[in-house]
Design a binder for this molecule. Sequence first.
Ligand code: AHG
Ligand code: MN
Ligand code: MN
Ligand code: MN
Length: 334
Amino acid sequence: MRRITLSRYLIEQQREKNHLNSDLRLLIEVVARACKTISVAINKGELAGVLGSAGTDNVQGEVQKKLDVLSNEILLDANEWGGHLAAMASEEMDEPHPIPNRFPKGEFLLVFDPLDGSSNIDVNMTVGTIFSVLKCPEGVEPNEQAFLQPGVKQVAAGYALYGPSTMLVLTTGHGVDAFTLDREQGSFVLTQKGMRIPEETKEFAINMSNMRFWEAPMQRYINELLAGKEGPRGKDFNMRWIASMVADVHRIMTRGGVFFYPIDSKTKDKGGKLRLMYEANPMSMLVEQAGGAATNGLQRILEIKPEKLHQRVPVMLGSKQEIDLVTSYHLESQ
Ligand code: AHG
Ligand code: MN
Ligand code: MN
Ligand code: MN
């Protein structure tokens, strides 16, 4: 197979297909480079002294891990000086981060979850980075308001998965392609073109310990899956839960399945657990680009108009038939 690095892929996407401009190409290259640096730190683990808690809380009230803070800094440092961004925002910062005056500014806004699945770090399990790219509306200050665009406005989205191998999964709105990091060469190499999520599945991902806190339509749907062959679905379902959205979504991108973080009575006041701008939106764009579906139970996630940078949202995504069914249960109960 012809070996295509991420750099070559991006140049070809720009030159032959006109799918991106030079600034977006640079942005994706820089994010990928930052993810390589994060991957190295995660890989060294205890040897680099990066495990454990940082002793601070983020805006969501979560205790920050050292790697949450470090990954955030790596992404900020890498992206500040290139001239491709108007501003950045992340799970780990209360407010958007403006580009310092000493650097040129560009037209894009970058939003990220620097380290997803941070409860997995100290037990040496898979974690990831999620990112979303928007355009800063012309003549608008790149403050919080500028970021509050629905997910359909994303011009690119992706994640890095730090698993047995490090991968980058990317969309610029023309399908989803996946790259694997060649550590010796230091480059991401195209390993899967046009990822597709099968419409049907027999595998679901949800934190079952919250079942008693879910709303009726979610309970009904999962109970029907659990009833297996004898139940209304007439087939047995398998379950997986890694507790790292990147890892769970990557499995679904690879072999199909569905992922849920529904509203429950514990998170109802906050609007859910997962965050719209840097978890749900980029993952929904990837899933839709791979032929799957993503809703909050009532509407397409990508059409939600955000009101706050750190807004939370119930998430249901993956194989289309299942997402259509669970969404219909929610709509019926309205
Ligand atoms: P983060 O580590 O970025 O705060 O995100 C954690 C999220 C997500 O990755 C995962 O799907 C979910 O939290 C797991 O939640 P539970 O621990 O409640 O299962
Ligand atoms: Mn967190
Ligand atoms: Mn996360
Ligand atoms: Mn995170």
